[in-house]
Design a binder for this molecule. Sequence first.
Ligand SMILES: Cc1ncc(COP(=O)(O)O)c(C=O)c1O
Length: 448
Amino acid sequence: MERNVTEALAEVQWMNGIVSGTTELTQPVREKLASHTVENFRDHINKGFLEYRKSATISGDFALTEWEGQGSILRDALGREFIDMLGGFGLYSLGVRHPKVVAAAKAQIDRSPQYSQEMLDPLRAQLGRVLAKLTPGDLQYGFFANSGTEAVEGALKLAKLHTGKSGFISMLNSFHGKSLGSLSMMGKSVFRKPLMPLLANVQYAPFGDADAVEMELMKAAHVGNGIAAVIAEPVQGEAGAVVPPDDFWPRLREMCTRYGVLLIADEVQTGFGRLGEMFGVDCWNVAPDIMCFGKALGGGVIPCSGFVSTPEIWKCLEPNPFMHTTTTGGNPVACAAALAAIEVMLTEDTPRQSREKGAYMMGELNRLKDKYPHLLTGIRGRGMLIGMEFVDGKVGYQTVAGLFRRGVLTSGTLNNSQVIRIEPALNIPMELLDQTIDRLDQALAELA
Ligand SMILES: Cc1ncc(COP(=O)(O)O)c(C=O)c1O
């Protein structure tokens, strides 16, 4: 595309006018916004996304252009409303634009949005202190970043630095992010294979199979293959809300200690109430050596991620604190949002809400499974990380499309096309859950 500075400026001003509110959002402006977005995705982002969305929406309704939201309601550029049963894949645990998180972030933007990199920043330090008081076991020191994949990258580096070993054991079908290090932990070929070789020496075990993990640890120890850490999600999110047997995490803890290997819990999706406890590993009273966060930590307002570990393990970062750094990670606005989000989690008791509403949804979804056994074959999950398993991927997508036409937003899981997720905000009003169940019933009846 040819350089054209004048047109670039006009394009910038057009969108800035809409964002700042100086351009009135009339119907023609809304329509242009929707059609422009489709064109821009096609010509400047990735036309593959349009095809992908077509399969989910079937009606070919590409013009679903997200524009605003509040709580568990999203509105597109044309003003259509959707109940958000996706929660941004775990990002919106407090819903869209929680007022307390927005207020904290705005106040911090008005004070000091980023930091100089030289002076000590109080919000990051306070967030580290708060997480030390909330996380299980001896986790006490934290490093903050912007995305889940960065949290996992840092955790892997920390494990290598502390143990002096380079190997990892990860789980089949796991998802830990898509930067090269975290991708190396991914338990599915489709995203890994084209990019190989990735990190050398990563072994895999079926998720939930503690014997298989132990076998990998035993084999590695036998042949002198140094393993730095075992990494797993408390409940696998992208694999389709897969809950491990109750003894899995306690056994991981015990065997990692016995083999002198670190245990990393990737709580990027499960942390901060999603599974009905503050952290996923709290479901089994396990304290990992390193815990990764992301998504909900920033309250769905500002990206904030991180990893925490024990004083003993953190020592390897002390001689040279620049061993792992980032310019924008843990910036004051992100930390203000995270601190506000934690206050909301604690005062509104969102883990309890997740537990109770999750149990309610599981009951209702199982009722629909019994009603449509030839379509809906399984319901699983914990708290508000729920997967609906369909007979095949096609029926799953048709159900998503049926829900979409009825104003409910859901989606598949990345590593399992047959499983559709129910992952709403933990504070979603009960009536929206009931409306979702009614509309799901209608969508399934139509398919049946
Ligand atoms: C368990 C887990 N870890 C890591 C990630 C990567 O997070 P991000 O997309 O913010 O890089 C995800 C994202 O879905 C996740 O579910």
